[in-house]
Design a protein around this ligand. Structure first.
Ligand SMILES: [Mg+2]
Length: 229
């Protein structure tokens, strides 16, 4: 039997791109509206480019924006501080989150979350999505001192949930950090389709909306039973 489902956060439960665009648009309108030479569209485009899907620290992103737009120190520092305090007011979930959560709440499945990122910031994202009480366990790379795709972070989560790798499913959007990493440990995998990464053909299942997950869990459960007969 499948006994647990473990999730990634950014790009999986959080619609990171939509959240970021909402935030950056607001940041431009609030802080840079007086700069006629910095059009909103240009600011959003360059922010997303420098951010590289979240793989570049925001300190570096803002340093590059400062250079590009010749911002003074005070403005650049205010923008960075604004990111840390206001990003979470603009978080939106991926489609189907509430359907998925109701399903998991009414099931006997155990749930976990493994995310690469900074502890305080990721915890605030979890809160912004209303998920702070939801998971049986949460592993954030900064406080674990280890990050995906390292085997140990998946193993720690499995141990805490008290399930074997083959009894668990991992859901994520990154082909290597999530799908390959989890599959290597022996979990079954569901890839969240997106326009950032190429389709990893090594995922067991793939979805467009989180509302499709209950159905995929049934499919993977039947496969588990078949494999273990
Ligand atoms: Mg992700």
């Amino acid at each position: 039997m499948i006994k647990a489902v473990i999730f990634d956060l950014d790009g999986t439960l959080l619609d990171r791109k939509r959240s970021l665009v909402r935030f950056v648009q607001m940041q431009h309108d609030t802080h840079l509206n007086g700069h006629a030479d910095i059009p909103g569209e240009d600011y959003i485009k360059h922010f997303l480019h420098y951010d590289d899907n979240g793989y570049v620290s925001k300190e570096k992103v803002y340093a590059r924006l400062k250079d590009r737009y010749q911002l003074d120190n005070r403005t650049a520092e205010a923008l960075y501080a604004d990111y840390q305090t206001s990003f979470h007011d603009h978080c939106v979930p991926l489609e189907g989150l509430h359907t998925l959560m109701s399903y998991l709440e009414s099931s006997t499945l155990r749930t976990g979350l493994i995310t690469n990122g900074l502890t305080t910031f990721q915890n605030r994202t979890i809160e912004a999505l209303g998920l702070q009480e939801f998971f049986d366990c949460v592993f954030i790379s900064e406080e674990e001192g280890i990050k995906k795709p390292a085997e140990q972070i998946f193993q720690r989560c499995l141990d805490r949930l008290g399930v074997k790798a083959t009894e668990a499913i991992y859901v994520g959007d990154h082909p290597d950090n999530d799908i390959r990493g989890a599959a290597h440990v022996g979990l079954k995998t569901i890839w969240v389709e997106n326009d950032v990464y190429e389709n990893p053909d090594w995922a067991d299942e793939q979805i467009r909306s989180l509302a499709e997950i209950p159905d995929r869990i049934q499919v993977l459960n039947r496969r588990f039973i078949h494999e273990n007969q």
